[in-house]
Ligand binder design. Structure first.
Ligand SMILES: [Fe+2]
Length: 300
């Protein structure tokens, strides 16, 4: 395995220079318009304990690692948002790294696209390492202006209870682990003892800690870009950066929790992917309550 360490932005100026150079070349080298065939819509079904059956078929779309301003152009993002809206998601989650090494000129297109994203219920997000390196407060401000709930070290409860029947779904978020902004104790304190819960964590390897609590049915992550290069037939990658060594790409079972690591949308350092299409992940939730009832009846 090739392990890539990227604990802090060594040579940020050099990387900014490379990004500027590549941006100037981009028009000649890349197609800037959105083409849905260049993206993969990945469908993942997840069973959650304690989920009320009224949530069966609930659709969450996750977008990760947009890295606007590298391969992902503002035009790509505009088209991507239209495409996501066409899927009619109940909820949209965003798992960090919205930009790479340059923020200022991408603030407006990022905000405009995020504003246009439409979910029937809510849009929720956490930050990634690049967001912190370039300006967490600016990114949080974009969230605020785009009606996106900032889930950094906090919990949001979607409550669709009817009469006396509890119909809830908790969505928790952990702030970036790589830059040490995570406060999991706070999340656990805020999280009610009951009710299904999904955790957003930019870094996938946090699953080892979150799964050990037994409190989360699903963790959604990005950060790794799936390695950007996937070995054909093996569905894994040789390239594993920090905090994505254990769960670099796809679906894993960690104790009783499903860990899902998205391949992400943009690129970093190398502006291309091999056998690793940019990914829009569609999670369809399923309740285990009906199955439990059936088992009980069969047993009785
Ligand atoms: Fe990242």
């Amino acid at each position: 395995m090739i392990y890539l360490e990227e604990k802090k932005p060594h040579g940020l100026k050099v990387r900014q220079g490379i990004q500027k150079f590549m941006t100037n070349q981009r028009k000649r080298m890349f197609d800037l318009e959105f083409d849905k065939d260049k993206f993969e819509l990945v469908n993942i079904e997840v069973e959650l304990d304690e989920l009320h059956p009224s949530f069966n078929g609930y659709k969450i779309i996750n977008l990760s690692d947009i890295h606007l301003g590298q391969w992902m152009s503002p035009k790509h993002l505009e088209g991507l948002v239209d495409y996501v809206n066409q899927q009619n998601p109940d909820m949209i989650t965003l798992t960090g790294d919205y930009v790479s090494y340059i923020l200022d000129i991408y603030e407006k297109p990022l905000k405009d696209s995020f504003k246009k994203l439409k979910a029937k219920d809510k849009k929720l997000a956490v930050l990634g390492n690049h967001d912190h390196w370039l300006g967490a407060e600016k990114i949080r401000d974009i969230f605020k202006k785009s009606d996106i709930i900032d889930l950094s070290n906090t919990v949001y409860t979607l409550d669709k209870s009817k009469n006396d029947e509890k119909r809830i779904l908790h969505i928790a978020g952990i702030d970036c682990v790589m830059v040490g902004k995570n406060d999991f104790d706070k999340v656990m304190k805020e999280l009610p003892k009951e009710g299904p819960c999904i955790l957003l964590s930019h870094e996938p390897d946090f699953a080892k800690i979150s799964a050990s609590t037994g409190r989360f049915g699903l963790q959604i992550s990005g950060h790794s870009h799936g390695g950007q290069f996937i070995i054909p037939g093996m569905n894994t990658t040789l390239f594993r950066g920090s905090h994505s060594k254990k769960y670099p790409v796809g679906k894993y079972k960690v104790k009783n929790m499903v860990q899902y690591t998205s391949k992400g949308l943009g690129t970093n350092i190398f502006w291309f992917r091999i056998n690793c299409k940019p990914e829009i992940t569609v999670f369809t939730l399923k309740s285990t309550e009906d199955k439990k009832k059936k088992i009980k009846i069969d047993f009785d």
